[in-house]
Design a protein around this ligand. Structure first.
Ligand code: HEC
Ligand code: HEC
Ligand code: HEC
Ligand code: HEC
Ligand code: HEC
Ligand code: HEC
Ligand code: HEC
Ligand code: HEC
Ligand code: HEC
Length: 414
């Protein structure tokens, strides 16, 4: 509450205060005007800051000589290599930042210096990302604002400005395919199409300010932040040590890093799946792969088979909701087995599969019983239809013979 009031007062003060920098620059053209035009959206303006807080100078003087006087600390345009320190003057100052928000982090510069971007910039390379390449400048928004360039749905475009630039990336021996690959992934689909903000954007995996590719030993840990169960199985599996020894990076070996697709049981194929990349079909691991794939396929087929019977019964109007619930439990077992796959241990997978098969067998039986019930009802319907038909015919015959009798009586009387 106090924070809100403080912020409102600051904003009001900013609105009233005369800022000659804004006033004059609004009337200029091109690059000199653009900052003043963008400024109304800037979070710093909303917090009561002005142009002079970054550029120096005297924002009360209308005379440009005085306003932009070096004696008043005017710095003019800011060189790219100076940007991080400029922003950090406030953002690394806990006393200042915590006046605005006690939760505000003050480690952006420290983190940035550990990143490849930060290290390169410190060495004088101006092509890497500085604070304003990710946050923009003069219209810097709160990071949770959906229009902010670091908002999860927008960040791909922000990184892509450089990372999809083949010419630029070729200088560093890097591919420029990460944004395109990522946009073909399950993660982007979850984020963009389903609005699932728990799915990762570029920064979720690379860090906001410490952007480095996660190194070999930590790649599995990045994925494990969100896929904890798979990580637990993987860490105890024979692959953990084997991959570490070979310098291979965990999850990424089988799933890739940017273009991660929806996995299917076919991934376990020794002919054209991932296992076959390293194992021969007739080796013990190759056989394990085939065995696991066989079990998963079997349970999936049993689920389909019982689903078909239940659907048929429901269409016929038979109540099967209890079996539906059971079927869903069987499906859970299949999903569980696909997680247990990461132990790469056929016996462990079999435990989930066997539980699933037991359930699907019961569901299939329940479906068959429901279909029998349907047949019984159909037979009953046929019987009653026949009975009704017989009654109608009987009535018709009775009426007809009575009419005939009446007619012959009338004829006899006449
Ligand atoms: C009366 C008009 C006027 C006022 C007031 C004014 N400027 Fe300028 N500003 C200009 C003009 C014109 C230029 C371009 C010519 C030049 O570089 O001197 C300029 C250039 C700049 C530049 C770019 C310098 C460069 O080297 O490219 C910055 C940054 C700037 N102004 C910031 C400010 C700030 C901050 C204030 C307030 C403290 C301010 N200006 C006040 C007119 C003004
Ligand atoms: C939060 C800090 C900050 C504030 C506040 C700020 N600027 Fe800047 N400004 C920068 C930085 C950083 C650059 C250099 C951007 C770059 O290199 O991409 C810059 C660049 C400029 C330039 C040079 C543009 C060019 O393309 O040559 C002008 C002019 C300018 N600012 C004017 C202003 C005016 C006018 C205001 C107030 C409306 C303002 N700035 C407020 C940080 C700030
Ligand atoms: C490579 C892109 C990138 C660079 C470079 C970058 N940031 Fe950020 N910044 C982000 C992302 C992403 C977030 C988090 C957005 C979110 O939480 O959704 C963020 C968040 C922030 C926040 C909000 C508080 C926080 O830490 O979460 C501040 C303040 C901030 N950055 C300032 C800076 C400053 C100052 C610099 C330069 C030293 C900088 N950023 C450089 C991408 C970047
Ligand atoms: C004069 C001090 C000052 C300077 C210089 C400054 N900032 Fe800020 N900035 C602040 C304050 C204060 C806030 C508001 C924090 C809050 O209310 O949580 C803020 C907010 C932000 C936010 C939004 C944070 C959030 O939690 O959503 C971003 C992003 C940001 N600044 C980036 C930058 C960048 C990039 C630069 C350098 C170009 C910069 N700032 C320079 C003081 C400053
Ligand atoms: C202004 C351009 C620019 C922007 C924007 C940018 N980067 Fe970079 N980035 C670079 C350049 C140039 C390099 C190459 C530095 C090197 O490898 O020496 C790099 C390097 C990297 C690396 C290290 C690659 C390696 O292995 O050497 C990662 C990871 C990275 N960027 C992630 C990101 C992410 C994530 C974003 C968006 C949040 C982003 N970058 C935004 C220019 C940019
Ligand atoms: C799901 C996590 C994840 C997401 C999301 C992600 N990355 Fe990566 N990225 C990685 C991993 C892991 C590596 C390291 C690859 C390795 O060591 O095999 C990597 C490597 C990189 C590299 C180094 C060069 C390379 O291709 O190996 C760059 C540059 C990069 N990523 C940029 C990006 C950009 C830009 C985005 C967003 C469009 C992004 N990443 C999204 C996990 C991710
Ligand atoms: C910030 C959290 C987060 C991180 C980090 C993350 N993921 Fe994901 N992942 C998700 C979410 C959310 C989904 C979507 C789940 C869904 O489809 O319901 C998902 C989906 C997947 C899927 C598809 C699952 C399916 O059934 O279709 C795979 C495979 C996957 N991630 C692998 C990885 C790998 C490998 C990494 C590391 C390089 C990783 N993830 C990093 C959150 C994350
Ligand atoms: C040796 C190859 C391999 C490695 C290493 C691997 N996976 Fe998988 N993963 C698979 C296979 C095969 C499937 C498909 C199972 C199926 O659908 O039949 C799968 C499925 C998945 C799925 C979707 C199904 C589920 O489990 O919910 C996710 C998510 C996933 N893996 C995440 C990870 C993560 C995180 C890591 C690292 C801790 C990892 N994987 C390591 C082979 C691997
Ligand atoms: C990048 C190469 C690679 C891939 C891909 C791979 N493995 Fe392995 N796997 C190894 C290595 C290396 C070992 C340890 C050496 C050995 O026993 O062959 C190993 C060991 C195993 C073992 C233990 C063998 C034992 O006797 O202890 C099993 C089981 C196994 N892998 C199954 C699989 C399955 C199933 C897949 C596909 C989902 C798969 N592997 C994918 C490299 C791989």
């Amino acid at each position: 509450m106090r924070r809100t009031i403080t912020l409102l007062l600051l904003a009001a003060a900013a609105a009233w205060a005369q800022d000659t920098c804004v006033e004059c620059h609004e009337s200029l053209e091109g690059d000199l005007q653009a900052p003043a035009k963008a400024w109304p959206n800037d979070v710093h303006r909303a917090r009561g800051f002005g142009c002079a807080d970054c550029h120096g100078g005297d924002p009360t003087a209308m005379d440009p000589e005085k306003a932009m006087s070096r004696a008043k600390g005017f710095r003019g345009a800011i060189r790219r290599t100076q940007i991080p320190n400029l922003c950090a003057r406030c953002h690394s100052d806990p006393d200042l930042m915590h006046r605005y928000d006690p939760q505000q982090r003050v480690d952006q510069l420290a983190q940035y210096r550990t990143s490849i971007h930060g290290k390169r910039l410190a060495a004088g390379d101006e092509n890497v990302a500085t604070c304003v390449d990710c946050h923009s400048v003069h219209d810097i928004r709160e990071v949770k604002d959906p229009l902010s360039p670091v908002y999860p749905l927008r960040i791909v475009v922000t990184c892509a400005r450089c990372h999809a630039d083949e010419k630029l990336m070729a200088n560093y021996n890097l591919w420029a395919t990460q944004p395109e690959d990522y946009k073909a992934s399950v993660h982007w689909k979850a984020l963009a199409e389903r609005g699932d903000l728990s799915a990762p954007s570029c920064a979720s995996c690379h860090g906001n300010h410490g952007a480095t590719p996660p190194q070999v030993s930590s790649v599995a840990a990045v994925c494990g932040l969100c896929h904890a169960l798979q990580e637990q199985f993987f860490d105890k599996s024979p692959h953990y040590q084997a991959f570490t020894d070979l310098g291979l990076s965990g999850c990424v070996v089988c799933h890739g890093n940017h273009r991660i697709e929806h996995p299917t049981d076919a991934m376990l194929s020794v002919e054209d799946g991932v296992c076959g990349k390293c194992h021969e079909a007739d080796s013990p691991p190759g056989k394990t792969a085939a065995e696991i794939q066989g079990m998963l396929t079997k349970l999936a087929e049993e689920l389909d088979r019982s689903r078909a019977v239940l659907d048929e019964a429901r269409t016929a109007g038979i109540e099967v909701s209890e079996a539906d619930v059971q079927w869903a439990q069987g499906r859970e077992k299949l999903l569980k087995a696909r997680v247990t796959v990461h132990s790469f241990d056929a016996d462990a997978v079999r435990r989930d599969i066997d539980e699933g098969l037991k359930i699907t067998a019961a569901v299939y039986q329940a479906g068959l019983d429901a279909l029998k019930e349907r047949d019984r009802r159909r037979l009953g319907l046929v019987f009653s239809l026949v009975a009704i038909a017989i009654t109608i015919i009987g009535l018709w015959l009775a009426i007809r013979s009575r009419e005939q009798r009446n007619a012959s009586r009338k004829a006899a009387e006449g």
